[in-house]
Design a protein around this ligand. Sequence first.
Ligand SMILES: Cc1cc2nc3c(=O)[nH]c(=O)nc-3n(C[C@H](O)[C@H](O)[C@H](O)COP(=O)(O)OP(=O)(O)OC[C@H]3O[C@@H](n4cnc5c(N)ncnc54)[C@H](O)[C@@H]3O)c2cc1C
Ligand code: FES
Length: 368
Amino acid sequence: MSAVPPLQTPRRSRLRRVAGAFVTPPVFDFWAQRLHPTWSWERPLARIVGHAPAATGAVTLTLKPNRHWAGALPGQHVNLTAVIDGIHVTRSYSLDAPVGADGRLTVTVKGIDGGRMSRYLLDPARRGDVLDIGPGFGDLVLPATQTAPWLFLAGGSGITPLMALVRELAGQGMPVPLTLLYWARTRAEFCFADELRALAAAHPRFDVRFVLTGEAPAAIDEAGGRIEAAHLAALVPDLPTRHVYACGPGGFVAAAEALLNDRVARLATEAFTPVPRPALDDAGTVSVRLARSGRDLQLPRGVSLLAALEAEGLKPKSGCRMGICNTCACTKPAGATRDLRTGTAHDEPTRALKLCINSAVTDLVLDL
Ligand SMILES: Cc1cc2nc3c(=O)[nH]c(=O)nc-3n(C[C@H](O)[C@H](O)[C@H](O)COP(=O)(O)OP(=O)(O)OC[C@H]3O[C@@H](n4cnc5c(N)ncnc54)[C@H](O)[C@@H]3O)c2cc1C
Ligand code: FES
């Protein structure tokens, strides 16, 4: 699901046609960005115009996109690309609020130890930097009309898309009951805590619980412990009637799915890190022919083709690295691969092999 394409007025289209006869888009971008950092032929770019602490080890970035950005809905994420030490690095980040009337968007990024992109974005010196920005992706969006009570389950940085939805529902006057259960290790790691408490005070239909796994609960809206059945039943007595969105690290999402699948009115999840996967006994290496570049490689079985190709110094296009955004999809004319999420092997040719979630089983040909 993505949003509206950028508007092209007839005058702009004419100008582009005329200019296109004289310069290529990369040459246009090169010179245009000397006049203004986000001017481009058609490349969606966004400038970091705000950089504020959100919690311990997390920042909220305000981004001002150019007119080529296709937009995003509350609950969706975008791919952001930065050049870090000369290398293009792309990662996905969820909007933490609906896009503003001024076209700006905000994302909240949690620093990961040793993380390339998150550590880069956490640095206040990034204010003013320009990033490539993709269109909104993802299905954690609100239906046009609200009919059932909601339950949002957020693990750590998984709060971001759910915060966008809380803000959207609050803007609509909280049309149905909403409970947000938000897990973090310590109190200092909760983002948006003051705002969530203020929204709960303003909207009787909105209930928030801050669930701590590394500290004892102390306030009336705090609870303790990891996600488990008795806990959910105690905190949400009408659980079976709820529409549930859960977001967070892979282990958290897998736990939510195991507890709630077929036990609530509806369940949709989004994992920020790979969900723990079935053990594989794929070992050794296979021969991989890259048809377009004419290269032959030996790649290991049992690891994603994306990681294996990167380890060889190649830079296939990527985004979410989780099988969501389709950025890494390529044609596989021959060979068998395994979906690392399910463990299932596929030996038929495909035009849409997602490199980030598939590993090699046999010798392969890839259209790269
Ligand atoms: C759909 C989607 C939406 C996302 N939205 C957000 C968001 O709104 N805010 C946000 O902060 N992050 C979000 N992420 C995670 C984000 O895309 C990056 O994975 C994260 O910022 C780490 O990137 P990095 O380059 O710093 O780490 P990398 O250099 O890629 O990884 C360094 C190490 O950290 C591990 N790691 C990577 N990500 C995580 C993680 N999230 N938690 C724990 N360990 C991790 C890796 O396995 C690796 O070992 C989202 C991910 C997805 C798939
Ligand atoms: S990088 Fe997003 S699907 Fe592979």
